[in-house]
Design a protein around this ligand. Structure first.
Ligand code: AMP
Ligand code: ZN
Length: 296
């Protein structure tokens, strides 16, 4: 872009970039996603969901660099040393950037002192889906209370792997909802994914160039082999035909309206008031189950 010597190569775009231009390139991709997918309006309050990993730390950094006034939230999952190290990296980043620490919530406060390590022993669901729905619930409550749009660090590799999984099993409902921005409705806060046009490789280059602290560790409870496998497949495809990953994803977005979802009738959970299609929401059901075990 600038004519200086390049040190990074992005094969999907067939370009070589120097450090400064990597930064500029990624910021442009994020600006483009915000504009083209109408991710949020200037008058909306933004809340970055920060795990401490490279995607959400990059997202937070980019949003600040682009001049947005964002707040941030971190959910302490109660996975002993892993959760402590996540928080340390978040603290390092906040210090480096000279910004205030995120809101820190602990799932232990919702489950009588239990963290994810305890919860997965008492529920048969896979750790990642259990953890995912708990995080979404807590995030949603915070966002509704503060009137926020939640921004997550999902990148192009995450989205294409999810897309492939949804297509292979023809999950029309999920395909219909897989979007760069999910509108808020009936007790759901809006959610948006500003890194959706950036691949894993591009985010890695960005975080290296910016020398940002982040936790370079997989969650010790995660066994999400299927998603990892799809990611590998898609990366392999992209190596053979550079750019096909992005084309696959953009092609899907053009066709997304073809997939129909049954609109479920939602009503407030009788325990917590959050939306559910049954009388009591999944979150409160889990709490009940855990407390029963707790007492016995
Ligand atoms: P994951 O589902 O773990 O791949 O994470 C997807 C996105 O969810 C991340 O990029 C973050 O924006 C958000 N996220 C994941 N874990 C946490 C956490 N413990 N606290 C806050 N946000 C999180
Ligand atoms: Zn509930």
């Amino acid at each position: 872009m600038c004519g200086k010597e390049a040190s990074f190569r992005f094969r999907s775009y067939n370009i070589r970039l120097c450090k400064d231009c990597v930064e500029e390139f990624i910021k442009r991709r994020v600006r483009k996603a915000i504009r083209e997918f109408k991710l949020f309006r200037r008058d909306e309050k933004l809340l970055v969901a920060v795990s401490g990993g490279k995607d959400s730390i990059s997202l937070w950094d980019i949003m600040i660099s682009l001049g947005y006034n964002v707040d941030a939230v971190h959910i302490d999952l109660g996975i002993s040393a892993f959760s402590d190290r996540s928080w340390e990296k978040i603290r390092d980043f906040s210090q480096k950037r000279g910004i205030k620490l995120p809101i820190r919530l602990s799932i232990r406060d919702y489950f009588n002192g239990k963290g994810m390590e305890d919860i997965i022993k008492e529920d048969r669901r896979p750790a990642c889906s259990l953890c995912g729905f708990i995080k979404r619930y807590i995030m949603n409550r915070v966002a509704l209370e503060g009137g926020y749009v939640v921004l997550t660090g999902h990148n192009l590799d995450d989205e294409t792997a999810t897309l492939l999984g949804n297509l292979i099993s023809w999950k029309d409902g999920y395909l219909n909802r897989q979007s760069p921005r999910l509108e808020g409705r009936d007790g759901f806060a809006p959610r948006a994914k500003p890194l959706i046009l950036c691949s894993k490789e591009e985010i890695e280059a960005y975080i290296e160039v910016r020398k940002l602290p982040y936790l370079d560790e997989r969650c010790p409870l995660s066994k999400n082999a299927q998603t990892t496998f799809y990611k590998r497949l898609i990366r392999e495809l992209d190596r053979n035909s550079p750019g096909i990953k992005l084309k696959f994803f953009l092609g899907f977005l053009e066709r997304r309206g073809r997939f129909r979802a049954k609109q479920q009738e939602l009503r407030p959970c009788f325990q917590c008031g959050m939306p559910t299609s049954t009388g009591i929401c999944n979150f409160c059901r889990l709490k009940k189950k855990l407390d029963l075990n707790f007492d016995s």
